[in-house]
Design a protein around this ligand. Sequence first.
Ligand SMILES: [Zn+2]
Length: 293
Amino acid sequence: MEKILKSKFAVFALALVMTFSLFMLSACGHEHTYSDNWTVEKAATLFEDGVKARYCTDEECNEDDKGKQTQVITALGKTNELYDFFNFYNESLERTENGVKLGQISDPDGTRYGGAIGIAYGNDDNDGVYELENGVTTISFNLDLTSFEEDDYTLFTMNFLQKLDGDQNRAYVTECIFGVLKTSQGYTISALNGVNYTDADRAAILASENKVTIADDDNVLTLGYRLTYDSTKPDAEKLGVKLVVNGEEKITFTVYYNPENTANGITRVDGIGTLWNANSNKDSAILYNLIKE
Ligand SMILES: [Zn+2]
């Protein structure tokens, strides 16, 4: 009796070992081989990561997914490919290791301006409007100002567009401008009502009544436009804009609607056009890590 039990157990144990061996053979019997030939499955955009894949190159590979491996393609705004999204006034810009050096263009009339990122164009919005969804969208970037000395300044503006039917498929509605001035204490950051494209912009930063002063030890600022959008509200109230500095909401912009535009039926913000480094007295600030949250 005891012997029979033992032999039954032996058969069972042998079967178990054989099953396990078969399993091991199918899992490990073929080792995938790969080349560096990755295929883009989903291209990265300015704000969204993409995906690339590669497969086992062995023709005998009998696995259903051919040993598929995937890798994330980093969103382009987080890399120095951001350079390619400066679609406007880009001739003085320089690609750096991690982003873009914000050169300026000087006009014969003495004015000066920097490059602009086509937010819409970078996201395949063929009509040139990066449409806002209801809710909160924050578009931010890092600005390396280690090269700035006291009294150096730079200006940024984000403009907002209305979609139109027909050939002229978008119209400028309004924009929100801010300036950053290096001081002996740190930085003064102000909301501005316009751009002079000259050193008058330095005085405008100081004269603004809507400003904050901050200390920033590493001289790299994180600056973000926080957009609150509600399409159900009246046109002039659809968009709210705040400036986020180093993670904190610091400035609430007044969003101006030009009466002339309003008279011509341009009353409504549908989305973003560009983010523009409108002026700086320096050619050396570095913008990097443009992200949307
Ligand atoms: Zn394989």
